[in-house]
Design a protein around this ligand. Sequence first.
Ligand SMILES: [Zn+2]
Length: 134
Amino acid sequence: MRHESVPMYWRNIPQYYRLVAKRCRQCGAVYFPPALRCRCGSAELEDYDELPHEGRLVEYTVLYQVGTDFLKQKPLIVGLVELNGGVRAVGQIVDAQPDRLAPGTRVELVFRRVAVDGRHGLIMYGYKFRPVQP
Ligand SMILES: [Zn+2]
């Protein structure tokens, strides 16, 4: 992959892998996942990638039956996180023991390998969450 193609590639990564929200130019409301139209009626929404990187676990699910891509990460923990400021995001919880998590656990954003594209030799990184050590 040529170096100059990286920004284009990055823009084409689904929003799941990036923590990019949309912000309304009219009233400032922030949407994650991105929305096309604001509840104020405006359709002028711009990329907003400055979401807080810390928040609290709202709820989580432990998946014991997961696809082969994730076998090395069994069990897979998926959590709903409320970032500081109130925007909610769903992501994998890493570096955690399921029985030591609870609603309200403080978590922080980390970037980890999320997928390998064998055909193109690309390794994709995306956001995940891990508990903040006390
Ligand atoms: Zn608005």
